[in-house]
Design a protein around this ligand. Structure first.
Ligand SMILES: Nc1nc2c(ncn2[C@@H]2O[C@H](COP(=O)(O)OP(=O)(O)OP(=O)(O)O)[C@@H](O)[C@H]2O)c(=O)[nH]1
Length: 751
């Protein structure tokens, strides 16, 4: 076992410890992990000590070495120890020769008598002594340290039921729509029932006749046309009941028939409808029943062995890893043994390939002859003996009796087939559970994938708002350009007005500014700047920014709608589950940002015009306020000259003082122009910032809106993913438990 390379191997080697004292025995059993002990008595009688100190405390098998059994004293010591419940006596091959057959008999008898004695005691009195306890296991009916196979089976059975119930719970949670879980529930309740031998095969292959032959009486109908249309359980009944009450039909359509055939004592035989493509309903019924079978008896007809539909059916049974025993029925139709062997060879070769195994069990039988023989045994013993002498008859009936022997072996737990029966029975629900768990794992994997995709979808959608922000930003450039160009053209017009107003040749203006001073009424240039330039420009700006704000709001609503619809389209069944979310989302969308509009509204054309006038006035006053009549006359002179240079020339000709005074005029005018430009630039910057603020606020609103409406979807997807992952973990755990259970079952063996 240690050398085995097989990864499948799960059987660990047994560890034996040789001990000489009770303390060493207890230590080896409790903490050193020995599987059994060999207690070296070493010729000193330690009977009492062994019983009180070792058997009571050690929970593993204890074998004793007493020395040569040829010695009468040691021999009787060995007998005493065996009777006290020791698991066995270790003896060398050399010493074995010195033990007579008679003494051997006594040794075995003492062990056997002990077993019977303890069983009787258990039945008659629950007060168990040390021997009955089997080293501390109350209720054990076997020798020291051993758990009987029956007890082991019971322990496994209880453990299996717990694991399977847990599996049902996990499966129902993982796949609530999986109807097949009822198969598992049925199989669990079937665990307490006898072994389920299920007879399958194509219609007319002789299943009913075969079952009758097994039962020894013609209980079932047979015939050349399909006779079995429902699943029929054949169960044991004490005596032949009244004909009308013999069979019960259950709500699921299955029949249960109670028969007094002894073979049904330890197994239930199930007759199934014949399989064949043309009998679809029957085929389905039988297929659905296959998982519940502990053993499948696959009946084939010798006149058409291994048809295509049989091959398909066989393949199907392998999905459930069912053990199949093949029965080649009607083998009486072969002329001789040679023909039969050819047929057997053909079937074996092909089924071996199909089942991918070298080990195919096949019994050639003649159910008809076997039944006839059984029926005639009772009323025609003579004819039976005649038949038995007939070699031809013998090979035709031999197979059936061999199969019968095999099946009876199944009922005896002390044989290897008996152990196999236990393993098959315990394995049936496990195979179903494994299949269902694996199907659930497939579903859960898909669901997990889906949940991850959903989560990703929500995250992608929420993140895609950033793209929308970029797009808006690009589109908003156009708006900004419009506003800037409006400011630019206004500024240009004002500058032009400044330049045309601030002319020395503007005699009227000069006169009115210089002589009327502050008291002068509003100048035409100021009126023009307010009415013709700034007033209309502010109006235009207000309109433009009003449009801009509206555009932003419509974009915000459009985007919001787009995201809302995207979520709703993806999860049609889950449209904003909570009113609160709806309210929050509306609240977000109601947020308005109109910073840029406020900026333009706060800009007063009248105030700006006043400022303009003051600037103009200051330039004139600063220039002409100190000039005398000469300067003024020069100025008058220049009124006919169009340009500044000419102005200056004229002034220069008229008066040196005038020249000095007005020489600053052009730079003052430039200062006003610069001031106008600065003011316009400042306003442009302020508006641009305000527009950017509005834009950012709008995109933030869209982002917040998408987050609010996306949250329930995101939570839902995350919750679903968490749930699916938790279910996947539960499935893995139960899968491991089932595997461990399967290994325990595989390790069942006769002690
Ligand atoms: N020669 C021969 N005929 C058999 C044998 N066993 C059954 N038959 C015949 O085969 C026919 C079909 O037998 P059934 O036992 O009804 O077959 P079945 O498989 O139960 O049929 P369905 O229940 O319809 O699926 C009957 O006519 C039987 O007499 C046999 O061993 N040898």
């Amino acid at each position: 076992m240690m050398d085995s390379k097989s990864e499948e191997l799960v059987v660990l080697p047994l560890v034996a410890r040789i001990v000489q004292t009770p303390t060493a025995a207890v230590d080896a059993s409790n903490s050193e992990g020995a599987d059994f002990l060999i207690y070296d008595v070493g010729g000193n009688s330690q009977h009492e000590e062994l019983v009180s100190s070792v058997f009571e405390h050690v929970k593993i098998p204890v074998f004793v070495m007493v020395g040569s059994l040829g010695d009468r004293k040691l021999f009787s010591e060995a007998l005493n120890l065996l009777e006290s419940g020791v698991s066995g006596v270790v003896i060398s091959m050399e010493d074995l020769k010195s033990v007579s057959d008679d003494d051997f008999g006594k040794l075995f008898y003492s062990a056997y008598a002990l077993k019977n004695k303890t069983e009787e005691k258990v039945q008659s009195n629950s007060q168990l002594n040390v021997l009955d306890l089997g080293n501390g296991f109350p209720g054990r009916k076997a020798m020291a340290g051993f758990t009987s196979l029956h007890d082991r089976e019971q322990q496994l059975l209880e453990k299996e039921k717990l694991v399977l119930r847990e599996a049902i719970h996990v499966i129902e949670k993982a796949a609530p729509m999986m109807e097949e879980v009822s198969l598992l529930s049925d199989a669990v309740s079937q665990l307490d029932e006898p072994f389920l031998l299920v007879i399958v095969g194509e219609f007319n292959s002789g299943k009913s006749t075969f079952i009758n032959a097994l039962l020894g009486k013609k209980y079932l109908k047979d015939g050349v046309v399909p006779t079995t249309n429902e699943i029929t359980f054949l169960r044991y009944a004490e005596s032949d009941v009244d004909e009308s009450q013999r069979c019960e039909k259950h709500p699921d359509g299955q029949y249960v028939c109670y028969l007094p055939a002894s073979v049904l004592n330890d197994m239930i035989i199930v007759d199934t409808p014949g399989t064949n493509v043309i009998l679809q309903r029957q085929q389905k019924l039988t297929e659905e029943f296959v998982p519940r079978a502990d053993l499948l008896l696959f009946v084939m007809s010798a006149d058409r062995p291994l048809t295509e539909s049989e091959v398909n059916f066989l393949r199907y049974t392998q999905q459930w890893s069912k053990k199949v025993v093949f029965v080649l029925n009607k083998s009486d139709i072969y002329q001789n043994k040679g023909e039969l062997e050819v047929a057997i060879g053909f079937i074996k070769e092909n089924t071996q390939k199909l089942l991918n195994t070298d080990c195919v069990t096949l019994y050639p039988v003649s159910a008809r002859l076997a039944l006839e023989a059984k029926l005639s045994t009772f009323d025609d013993a003579h004819s039976q003996s005649n038949r038995s002498s007939n070699d031809n008859f013998h090979w035709k009936t031999k197979g059936f009796y061999e199969l019968e022997k095999y099946l009876y072996g199944f009922l005896d737990a002390s044989t290897s087939t008996g152990i196999e029966r236990m393993k098959l029975k315990l394995g049936t629900p496990i195979a179903i559970a494994e299949q269902l768990v694996s199907a659930c794992q497939g579903l859960v994997r898909q669901e997990c994938q889906q949940a991850k995709q959903d989560l990703l979808f929500v995250e992608d959608l929420v993140n895609s708002v950033k793209e929308c922000t970029k797009k808006l930003e690009i589109d908003s450039i156009l708006w900004k350009r419009q506003v800037l160009s409006m400011i630019n053209s206004t500024q240009a017009r004002v500058v032009r007005l400044v330049e045309s107003t601030l002319q020395l040749s503007n005699v009227d203006l000069v006169t009115s500014y210089v002589f009327r001073g502050e008291k002068s009424t509003q100048m035409p240039a100021t009126t023009s700047v307010q009415n013709d330039i700034l007033g209309p420009a502010v109006l235009e700006g207000q309109n433009l920014l009003g449009e801009y704000t509206k555009w932003l709001q419509s974009k915000r609503d459009q985007e919001g709608q787009f995201y809302k619809q995207s979520f709703e389209k993806k999860w049609t069944s889950f449209v904003n589950p909570s009113d609160q979310v709806e309210l929050d989302a509306i609240g977000v969308l109601e947020r308005k940002s109109e910073v840029s509009r406020r900026v333009i509204e706060d800009f007063s054309a009248a105030a700006a015009s006043k400022l303009f006038e003051r600037e103009i006035r200051e330039v004139f006053l600063g220039t002409f306020g100190g000039l005398g009549a000469a300067g003024l006359s020069a100025s008058l002179l220049t009124s006919v000259l169009p340009t500044t240079l000419e102005d200056l020339l004229a002034l220069g000709l008229c008066s040196a003082g005038g020249l000095l005074a007005v020489s600053n005029f052009s730079s003052r005018r430039q200062q006003v122009v610069d001031k106008v430009k600065r003011t316009a630039d400042g306003l442009a910057r302020e508006l641009e910032d305000a527009m950017q603020k509005d834009l950012l606020e709008t995109t933030r609103t869209v982002e917040d809106f998408v987050k609010v409406i996306g949250k329930p979807y995101q939570d839902r997807a995350q919750h679903r993913l968490d749930k699916v992952l938790a279910t996947a973990e539960e499935l893995t755990k139960i899968e491991k438990k089932l595997k461990a259970l399967r290994i325990d079952i595989q390790n069942l063996h006769v002690s």
